[in-house]
Design a protein around this ligand. Sequence first.
Ligand code: XMP
Length: 310
Amino acid sequence: MNVKKLIETQVEEIKKTVGSGKAISALSGGVDSSACTVLAHRALGPQLKSVFIDHGLMRAGEPQEIAKIFAGLGIAVDIADKKKEYFAALKGKADPEEKRKAFRYAFYSSFGKEVLKSKARFLIQGTIAADIIETQKGVKTQHNILEQIGIDPEKGFGFKVIEPLKELFKHEVRLVAKELGLPESIWNRMPFPGPALATRIIGEVTPERVDLVRAATVIVEEEAAAHKPFQAFAVLLEDKGTGIVGGKRSFGHIIIVRSVESRDAMTAEPSPLPWATLMKISKRITTDLPQVTRVAYELTGKPPATIEYI
Ligand code: XMP
């Protein structure tokens, strides 16, 4: 892949498609949407508005951290607070695919409103090849796939979608992001799914359950960081397990620690994290979050498991 050429071609392509109109870039801070946002900003300058949807399912401090990084690159980012809409869409839903579809609907309808507000006609998003393949194979509904499965975003939501990276895989997108001058914290960022922490909660997604998995995620990411896993995170199960907290019986939550090695997320193996790291993670989670009485390490590769839990 010739990275420089790809950037040039995509910048030209975006210019040609958008013309003198306006576009919105859907930025989540992951390497895919970040690379897309910089490409689109190069192509469109002030004709582009970059929007970060704060759906309440991001990791700790993420919306502000991403807005700051982009401000440093001269790209202003609007943080749109949509927590109420997303939690309302997810309320009462426990089925994985129902949750994914509810998230996808909330995602496109919230961008539909942003597009309308800005009088834009295009949504630029960081869909990559793996997202399309997995949705078409029927593995899971990705939050950012519509056209490829026969849904016309213009009819449903009022905008056309531009996907400059849709033929690339993750490791190729990282090269593009690096070439575009994004900092290492972005080009080397751990993949984080569009539906965010909702993919790491079995059962209903409520603000309380998100807070719990978010706090456990901070611990897993911090302790696993030295081992540079492809992805490492915490998962909240729906089951509970008996424990003892403060000398009393407690029927507490179970957190799964998942860390995997992969190149393109199409297959993965569990990371051989040192025992001491795993024990530290377990101790920190049960100390900081006493409502958790059990912590387990996941030993399944992909396949047969997928990386995320829904
Ligand atoms: P799975 O769980 O299918 O994940 O093995 C493969 C890779 O994709 C990420 N992932 C997603 N990314 N929207 C995304 O943008 C999604 O709906 C989604 N689901 C999973 C996951 O984190 C892993 O890197």
